[in-house]
Design a protein around this ligand. Structure first.
Ligand code: HEM
Length: 597
């Protein structure tokens, strides 16, 4: 036998042995809980549920309950969870037993460095301790004027788009114009997060364009999604190869003459990460230098000074200052602070864009509620409008029409519309976790075992994958009522009459935001939820008094009316259905006209 044959046989024997072991371990650790039949012999139900599977994700939970066995790739099974007690156990009580996956953490570390979404255990706890106060209500109050300036710019752009197409004022009020709002909402979110979180004046709305850095930030999410296929090998490489070999492998993988699409995507992602990294470093150095010079925080009115767009009131500046004055034991390293910058942008950009887009779409679909909301906002503007003495944030004629933080955050119908939209259409519908040891998951609502018995606890082996279904939890009829899947903002208005939505005889979800799971629960819940809520509310409060939104109704040149479909591909993305659209490209065409005085 030649050496080559010997190596070949050894490799085959090893692979066969691994397969047999894997099969035996899967059998021994099979999930004893009911679930849907397998849809494909090797893909299982992966595509069936998680590629544009909004309705399936709900149907499966409605049919099998709050814990369901889902067959996925190559015979693996995942536990799909939406039961309230199970989610409390997984996310709050036993969080260290149910952690983020290796591949998620390793990829995040490569892309973002040592930010919150790349760390575990004590390091993650230390980072949260430092960062939680940065997102306090007091800091949000300080930031609102920055967000308001951006919302006003967005409004001015949309209004001028409407005006430029009509001859006179009278016609302007009558005529509806169809505009794809998605690119504008995306730029507005980008500006909000760059200015509010980084103190970086991105000016994506102002210029209608993006510089290299902001373009990289916007493209990051889509390119991460396009390269998900290489994710499973990253932890193996990170564990087994030195930094030198990791770099070498990356150089080989992204070599310019490799022609496949996945290689092109990897090359693009590498470039995006390099641009993001060097720009973030420059911004970070500026903030540190400002701190060392002990520059006082000038008033917000002096925007866009040396400290960046928010005059040192941005989250990063606050973070750098808080870190410098904290004890040695709590202090974060420069690489940890830098990691947070990139993470915030990634975590806050597409999530908030999707939420604002969905809220506008729902209001377009429900003109009656849109009108009631407009009346509420205009009434508050008339009663509580805060003067903007120096008009420093003014970029349009109505820049002084601003509400204070407390008024904006407490408008009942605005609150109800935002909550109901975030509940029904969570920007991140499903997340995954993995067990670090064998464990039990208790249930509030019993389910059926694989053999049909009623069970209220499920045993899971070490390394079991779980899917946290935020979507199914937020639609659970046993908790939210029979109309759980209907968009009814007024369910939130009843809370003033002692009815708490999402609390059925004391059974509720552990979510940090009105007991819905949209921003998750526990130590890894969304740190930026107050920022997101403020931004969504401010955009709506600024646009609605000026612009009326409706669904497209005019046929195009081929006689087709645009019908919008929300595709669930990790995020919810609006696309235009065929034949009027391609069903793929993100678009949100809405018919708009100026509000009649
Ligand atoms: C509607 C908007 C948003 C939604 C629905 C949302 C939702 C979520 C969810 C579900 C998680 C948990 C992810 C996981 O465990 O894998 C999360 C984490 C996170 N979010 Fe948000 N988010 C939003 C906006 C924002 C904004 C505006 C920021 C920053 C300014 C932000 C920063 C973060 C960070 C840093 C984490 C990681 C927290 C940790 O691991 O400790 N998010 N978000």
């Amino acid at each position: 036998m030649t050496l080559a044959q010997l190596i070949g046989y050894s490799v085959l024997t090893f692979a066969a042995w691994k397969l047999v072991r894997r099969h035996a371990s899967r059998k021994a650790n099979a999930l004893d809980v009911a679930g849907p039949d397998k849809q494909h012999w090797w893909k299982g139900n992966m595509e069936w549920m998680f590629v544009d599977g909004f309705q399936r994700c709900l149907d499966v939970a409605a049919e099998f309950g709050g814990a369901v066995r889902i067959p996925v790739l190559f015979g693996e099974e995942w536990l799909y969870v939406s039961d309230p007690r199970a989610l409390h156990h997984i996310l709050v009580k036993e969080q260290h037993t149910f952690e983020e996956n290796d591949s998620f953490l390793s990829c995040n570390k490569l892309i973002f460095g040592d930010g919150l979404i790349s760390t575990l255990g004590e390091q993650h706890r230390r980072q949260r301790k430092m960062l939680n106060p940065v997102f306090s209500t007091a800091n949000m109050r300080e930031l609102l004027p920055v967000i308001q300036t951006i919302s006003h710019q967005l409004k001015s752009i949309l209004v001028s788009n409407l005006s430029s197409r009509s001859e006179d004022d009278h016609a302007r009020c009558r005529e509806s114009v169809e505009i794809d709002v998605l690119p504008w909402l995306s730029r507005s979110s980008l500006d909000c997060i760059c200015e509010g979180v980084l103190g970086y004046h991105s000016a994506a709305l102002e210029t209608g364009n993006e510089d290299e850095y902001t373009n990289a930030l916007r493209m990051l999410g889509p390119f991460i999604a396009k390269t998900l296929i290489v994710r499973p090998i990253i932890p193996i490489v990170m564990r087994n190869c030195s930094l030198y070999w990791r770099k070498k492998m990356l150089d080989w993988l992204t070599i310019s003459w490799l022609p496949t699409q996945i290689m092109r995507n990897l090359r693009e992602l590498r470039q995006i990460v390099e641009i993001m990294d060097s720009a973030s470093r420059a911004i970070f150095q500026e903030k540190k230098a400002a701190l060392q010079l002990q520059l006082p925080s000038p008033p917000l009115s002096q925007a866009h000074d040396t400290l960046g767009g928010t005059a040192g009131k941005d989250m990063m500046s606050i973070m750098v200052r808080a870190n410098a004055s904290s004890s040695e034991a709590d202090r974060l390293s420069d690489s940890e602070l830098l990691g947070q910058m990139n993470v915030m942008i990634f975590a806050g950009l597409e999530t908030t864009t999707a939420a604002v887009a969905r809220a506008l779409y729902m209001l377009a679909k429900h003109p009656h509620i849109q009108e009631q909301l407009r009346i509420e906002i205009c009434g508050a503007m008339a009663a509580y409008q805060v003067p903007d003495p120096d008009h420093s944030h003014a970029k349009d004629e109505s820049a002084s029409a601003r509400l204070s933080y407390d008024v904006l955050m407490n408008l009942p119908l605005l609150n109800a519309v935002v909550r109901e939209t975030l509940r029904l259409y969570p920007s991140l519908p499903v997340l995954t976790r993995r067990t670090t040891r064998s464990a039990s998951v208790p249930l509030h609502f019993p389910v059926r075992s694989a053999s049909g018995e009623e069970i209220d606890v499920i045993h899971v082996a070490k390394n079991q994958r779980l899917v946290i279904s935020i979507l199914a939890a937020n639609h659970n009829q046993a908790v939210w009522g029979e109309d759980a899947s209907e968009w009814k903002p007024d369910r939130w208005l009843k809370s003033s009459q002692g009815v708490s939505p999402g609390d059925k005889d004391g059974v509720k979800y552990p979510g940090i935001y009105s007991s819905m799971m949209t921003f998750l629960a526990g130590n890894r819940s969304c740190i930026g939820f107050k920022f997101a809520e403020m931004e969504i509310k401010d955009v709506l409060a600024t646009l609605l008094p000026a612009i009326h939104f409706a669904l497209p109704s005019e046929p195009d040149d081929n006689g087709n009316v645009k019908e919008i479909h929300w595709k669930m591909t990790g995020f919810h993305i609006p696309v235009v259905k065929a034949p009027a659209g391609d069903g793929e490209t993100p678009h949100l065409p809405l018919s708009m006209r100026l509000v009649r005085e």
